[in-house]
Write a protein that binds this ligand. Sequence first.
Ligand code: ZN
Length: 141
Amino acid sequence: MGELGTLLDAVTATFVFFQLDGKTAVRADASASVMLPCQWCEERVERELLVHCEALLAESEAQASEWAVESDELPVIAVVGKTFDAAALIEDELILAVPGRVCADSACPRRPSTSYGEVVPDTPGPLAGLRQLLDAKQHEK
Ligand SMILES: [Zn+2]
């Protein structure tokens, strides 16, 4: 079993709130530096992940459902209470941004020469620590 990728302490995120057709929306830009194990040799490679996403912020689950029907452009997040879950918004996006292949094929000295096609091992949760880190960052403010 391979070692987990390590999230360096380098997550930065900016959130811009704006109005869209009378609805509150948020635009998020985030970047994170992660150490990911190479799919071939398991040597760690630093990669920067960049994500950008937008979402509507509804004030209740009911409103979120309503808006979800009206808006097919942006995802809708229900903001329960006064806080909005910034980590939840970008967590999925960052996970999607993790490349399936870390090493460039020709760059990895230990790539098996007889392999054909894509062999991507099942790397467990390289961003397992992301939520805690983001939550901590939020509380710093
Ligand atoms: Zn490699």
